[in-house]
Ligand binder design. Sequence first.
Ligand SMILES: Cc1cc2nc3c(=O)[nH]c(=O)nc-3n(C[C@H](O)[C@H](O)[C@H](O)COP(=O)(O)OP(=O)(O)OC[C@H]3O[C@@H](n4cnc5c(N)ncnc54)[C@H](O)[C@@H]3O)c2cc1C
Length: 239
Amino acid sequence: MSDLKRPWMDTDLEMLRDTARKFFERECVPHEARWTAQHHADREIWSKAGQAGLLCASIPEEYGGGGGSFLHEAVICEEQAGAMVGAFSNNVHSGIVAHYILAYGSEAQKRRWLPRMATGDLVAAIAMSEPGAGTDLQRIKTSALRDGSDFLISGSKTFITNGHHANLICVAVKTDVAAGAKGVSLVMIETDGLQGFRRGRMLEKLGQKTLDTTELFLTRCVCRQKICWAAKRAGALPS
Ligand SMILES: Cc1cc2nc3c(=O)[nH]c(=O)nc-3n(C[C@H](O)[C@H](O)[C@H](O)COP(=O)(O)OP(=O)(O)OC[C@H]3O[C@@H](n4cnc5c(N)ncnc54)[C@H](O)[C@@H]3O)c2cc1C
């Protein structure tokens, strides 16, 4: 990967590419066979990636990120693919969940989660797919029912990347079953010590075998943190 010439590369990105290439070669390649057999990498790879500056590279420095752009994420992704290691999905963690928080989270939520995502203390996943709803997300059944100022989340999710290690999960839920797509929201759950939260099977896959992909089950999990747009816009949720 690294010998391909990109017109958008600059000195900063070259340095990151070099760091990423060495990281994947040193920290992941030697463990690939063992991680493939157990269907997940060791948890410490997240902390090591954080120490190497490979997590949240496109998140502003004031939130603990690298202050870069999508190009920084692309460089890391290219080097991971070039090393042919699954190991962990930085794309989900840094490229998707961190940016949902950055775009839709409150200031307090950004400060609560993003710095710990950058260190690898928190591992993020996004849980949309369900046994009965993959492509058609309107059909999800996972519900978020009001309980005072909290929500109670119940449902099951499947094919969740980083699902074995994740302790911060962005969950697609129905806050209003009658409202179709407009009744779908995202809520954040912190899973450490969360009552009613359970991880299911580590799923067998044709490829990406080192990457943990699991089922998740939620039974009346209390959620106090919401980053929602449809329901929030409709005034259904407190800000
Ligand atoms: C390795 C892996 C990792 C994943 N990680 C995550 C994750 O982190 N989080 C998460 O939420 N999900 C994840 N997924 C799930 C993935 O997003 C779903 O598999 C995907 O959305 C497709 O859903 P499905 O498998 O239920 O297929 P279906 O929705 O049943 O679709 C099957 C096929 O039918 C086609 N199709 C469906 N509806 C229509 C229609 N109306 N018209 C025409 N064609 C249609 C689709 O294009 C597809 O080709 C992962 C999946 C895999 C394999």
